[in-house]
Design a protein around this ligand. Structure first.
Ligand SMILES: [Zn+2]
Ligand SMILES: [Zn+2]
Length: 390
């Protein structure tokens, strides 16, 4: 067992400085130029000389070779992007760019991977190599930074055989970890339904095919796909989130647009949702003499923790903080995470790191807890020494 104290002291103080600098200087998706420059300079200052920049615009992959002989290369990933939120944390290191904010802890993720890089570059007590992956644009709509880095071939190019991710988790005590086997985060797909009726004067609805009433039936119909057609032991969410019709009191419009999102932990339910939303909406519309246009947009897949990688992640976390501080059977979250693309490309695992009783992620009051830095840095180091132990 390795003590977390090895990652406190000077290393924690330095990582805290980096974290607060990044927090003060947030950049949105694919615009992380200053962040990438900062990360690259730090990596070079640690004596890391294999650094590739400009991957998926602002992404970086850097390699540290161990001194324990030949072995595989494992990828450790941090995300660097901020969110378009006006900060209300009240912290002295609040965002200097109004309307941009590190509200998801990516400042902490970047600082922790830098801290691990500094430590690993000086000790090199492992075989094979570590690929440090700093990705842009985790937050936006498809195509995200993780997807693009995989598309640009980082897994093959750097010979990465396993890949690991970590995210800060409000509500879980600092110093604790949570993880589960299988899907740990959900998939995200979005859909658009255009109900095409026949508009007219609102005083004469009998001369129209009213798409507003049809849309109302469709929205209610979609509720039954989860409650009546999905196995209650499986997870599926279908939420209608956008609705637009005519903008006048006295007009029945030609068409109504409905849009929404589908989240699930089981990849097979994505096909099910696509087919059933179409069938239900089309059936209802045709029953009224109308028709629909339908688009189903596949976005992020479920984040799937592979068996071996998850066991290694649990072992690494336990050797740092002890068994009792690692919940290896956490309830998955149905939110989406674009690290899923990396876990589609290579086996590995994604773990949550306690951030204490703070505001939720994406809340204007959120802030990464710097007390969590040594735990995150320690986890990365422990993981490398577990997977690539000499
Ligand atoms: Zn986020
Ligand atoms: Zn995040």
């Amino acid at each position: 067992m390795r003590s977390v104290n090895a990652f406190g002291g000077d290393l924690q103080r330095e990582a805290t400085e980096w974290r607060r600098y990044l927090h003060e200087n947030p950049e949105l998706d694919f615009q992380e130029h200053n962040t990438a420059r900062f990360v690259t300079e730090k990596l070079a200052s640690f004596g890391i000389n294999h650094i590739e920049t400009g991957i998926a615009e602002t992404g970086i992959v850097a390699l540290i070779q161990g001194e324990g002989g030949d072995g595989p290369t494992i990828g450790l990933r941090a995300d660097m992007d901020a969110l378009p939120i006006i900060e209300a944390s009240g912290k002295p290191w609040s965002s200097k760019s109004p309307g941009k904010m590190h509200a998801c802890g990516h400042d902490g993720h970047t600082a922790m991977l830098l801290g691990a890089a500094k430590y690993l570059a000086s000790t090199r007590n492992f075989k094979g190599s570590v690929a440090l992956i700093f990705q842009p644009a985790e937050e936006p709509e498809f195509p995200t930074g993780g997807f693009k880095m995989v598309q640009e071939g980082i897994m093959d190019r750097f010979g990465i055989s396993q890949v690991f991710g970590m995210h800060s988790w409000p509500g879980l005590e600092v110093g604790k970890f949570a993880i589960c086997h299988g899907s740990i985060m959900g998939s995200q797909d979005d859909f658009d339904i255009v109900v095409k009726g026949r508009g007219g004067h609102a005083a004469h609805p009998y001369r129209t095919i009213d798409p507003v009433v049809i849309a109302a039936q469709i929205i209610l119909g979609l509720q039954t796909l989860v409650s009546r057609k999905t196995d209650p032991l499986e997870s599926l969410v279908i939420s209608v989130t956008k609705l637009s019709a005519a903008q006048a009191y006295n007009v029945i419009p030609d068409q109504v647009e409905i849009a929404g999102t589908v989240r699930t932990l089981a990849s097979g339910l994505r096909d099910f949702a696509e087919q059933e939303i179409l069938a239900s909406a089309q059936g209802i519309a045709r029953g009224f003499g109308a028709d629909i246009e339908f688009r189903y947009l596949r976005s992020v897949p479920a984040t799937f923790n592979h068996a071996e990688g998850t066991d290694l992640a649990i072992q690494a976390a336990r050797s740092l903080v002890g068994s009792a501080s690692v919940n290896d059977k956490m309830k998955p979250s149905i939110g989406a995470e674009d690290f899923a693309y990396m876990l589609e490309a290579r086996p590995g695992a994604y773990i949550f790191l306690g951030n204490g009783p703070t505001a939720e992620c994406h809340n204007p009051a959120f802030d990464f807890d710097d007390e969590a830095l040594p735990y995150g840095i320690g986890y990365w180091v422990s993981l490398v020494e577990t997977v690539l132990g000499t």
